[in-house]
Design a protein around this ligand. Structure first.
Ligand code: MSP
Length: 504
């Protein structure tokens, strides 16, 4: 009954933007869901603090690398707080608890014969911290980011990745959930079939990294930043450090990442784990990328979406909602203020907000704000109850497949049905003709809303709390059972959950 979830470790030379926030929010939704379901959840995030790029950025800022990263990391932590990211651990690759494990791993692989000394000669892209063969370049530029590459020739240790090619292919073939979405799985299998090369895993031309322990390693080598960073997924839960804890959480259940770093996570990382005789993670899930008003997001274009600004304008929960509802999780998406406002008004202000406000208003008007007693059950009541009670089963399947957009659409089906239930039962007419029936209808609506508050909480944690507060005695926190609101409890009609937004 454990779930171990990870995000990538973010590079600290950038300010956190919508792309980083996206992975954080998606992982947070999974963590909150599994916690509510009673799992022992370990949600890990952190920062990637070593490497040539970081050393250069620190130099450009006139600071020592450690001072630079110590300042930068606070920007990420502050944003995660703002976005209500409920991580359990935050690992920084410059921490000693991590560096020690990196050193032990290198030693172990050297002893095993899976790391050997050689010389690296080829191209290097510093922004991507990636090595490329001449044949991989795109018009002489980095094939991933299009920026300039430079020639590197240095003594280097290599990891025998080629040795694990077949084992990895078999694993991918036999574990359909190992790489998701499925299209990504095919992409990785074809890449591996072209033949895996050994990878350079140390650098000597600069020093900001984890030093490889002497005398077993030659002096002057530091761990290649990607190997260093990937190892966080085992160092944080305690590999070679706190074996009890490590056994409890490893293997990871989901490594959530962006599509651009899939090869590192679905090829190099599992090959390293095979070399370490560790079980492989259950799933590596690669999500898509956000563009902004149809354009690639970049500092030079000046169109980088700042989550602070968006959430100041529209609120944290609506930002979380928009990102996970607007696109099928796994595909690319486009961010625009217009699309944001459209979705906000349609789904949050109208569907959810109105359902909640209308129901509470009627309980206030007709029953002085007290939960009414429920009477005889009609077929439409049963339909609402049935739809509500089947929600947990329906969303579970989608959570397992990490189809977060489908979780939301299931929840919205219930919201739609509840709104239809109001139209069909017309409580304002019942108020004049049949108060007992009116009580039953409002009771059922309050009950459905209590369930909604519960199942919306991973996505909309603040709204869910507000709903629970306003539902008063109706807002129970535990997994719901139908019919537990106590008649006579007090509800509080407050401000609308999502006031309508005007077009900008
Ligand atoms: N440090 C490495 C990861 C090491 S994990 C052991 C790294 N860092 S990063 O800061 O450059 O990127 C982190 C994540 O942000 C990646 O998953 C990447 O896909 C994501 N995104 C960056 N820009 C993005 C968008 N425009 N849209 C969605 N996600 C994007 O890579």
């Amino acid at each position: 009954m454990k779930v171990y979830l990870t995000t990538p470790l973010y590079y600290l030379n950038d300010v956190p933007h919508i792309g980083h926030a996206y992975t954080q929010i998606a992982t947070d939704v999974l963590a909150r869901y599994y916690r509510k379901e009673g799992y022992d959840v370990f949600f890990l995030t952190g920062t990637d603090e070593h490497g040539q790029k970081m050393e250069q950025s620190a130099r450009a800022a006139g600071k020592a690398p450690q001072v630079f990263v110590d300042e930068q990391v606070e920007k990420f932590k502050a944003l995660w707080k703002r976005l209500n990211i409920s991580y359990d651990d935050f690992i920084r690759t410059s921490e000693s608890r991590h560096g020690e494990v990196v050193q032990k791993v290198f030693k172990k692989l050297l002893e095993k014969g899976d790391i050997y000394l050689g010389e690296y000669e080829g191209w290097y892209c510093t922004p991507c911290e990636s090595f490329f063969l001449p044949s991989q370049l795109d018009n002489g530029k980095c094939p991933d980011c299009g920026r300039a590459v430079h020639w590197v020739k240095e003594e280097s240790y290599f990891f025998k990745m080629s040795k694990y090619q077949n084992q990895l292919l078999e694993h991918i073939r036999d574990h359909k959930d190992f790489i998701l979405p499925t299209t990504r799985r095919n992409e990785i299998s074809s890449f591996i079939k072209e033949g895996l090369k050994d990878v350079s895993v140390s650098r000597t031309s600069f020093s900001w990294g984890v030093p490889l322990p002497e005398p077993v390693f030659r002096p002057g080598h530091i761990a290649y930043v990607w190997i260093d960073a990937l190892l966080n997924y085992v160092s944080a839960p305690g590999f070679m450090r706190e074996e009890e804890k490590f056994k409890r959480y490893w293997p990871a259940d989901v490594h959530l990442i962006g599509k651009d770093i899939l090869k590192f996570h679905a090829v190099i990382w599992p090959a390293l784990l095979l070399a370490l005789d560790l079980p492989l993670p259950r799933t590596v899930f690669a999500h898509g990328w956000w563009t902004v008003e149809g354009e690639k997001m970049s500092k030079s274009r000046g169109n980088v979406v700042d989550p602070w600004k968006v959430t100041e304008q529209f609120g944290v929960d609506s930002f979380r909602y928009f990102l996970l509802r607007e696109v099928a999780f796994g595909l690319d998406g486009d961010f625009s203020t217009e699309a944001f406002i459209r979705r906000y008004n349609a789904d949050l202000a109208n569907d959810l907000g109105n359902l909640f406000q209308r129901t509470l208003s009627m309980v206030e008007r007709y029953f002085h704000g007290k939960v009414p007693a429920t009477g005889k059950v009609a077929p439409e009541d049963e339909k609402l109850r049935f739809k509500t009670e089947e929600l947990p089963q329906k969303i579970r399947k989608h959570y397992e497949a990490i189809e977060l957009h489908n979780v939301l659409s299931q929840i919205w089906d219930l919201i739609t049905l509840a709104n239809r239930y109001i139209e069909e039962t017309a409580p304002w007419k019942l108020a004049k003709t049949n108060p007992e029936r009116l009580g039953t209808v409002l009771y059922n609506l309050l009950e459905a809303l209590r369930w909604l508050a519960f199942y919306l909480s991973p996505f909309l944690p603040e709204t869910s709390e507000q709903m629970n507060r306003q539902l008063g005695s109706a807002g129970l926190k535990s997994p719901p059972v139908w019919g537990q609101i106590m008649p006579g409890g007090t509800i509080r009609k407050g401000q609308p959950l999502f006031p309508r937004m005007e077009k900008q």
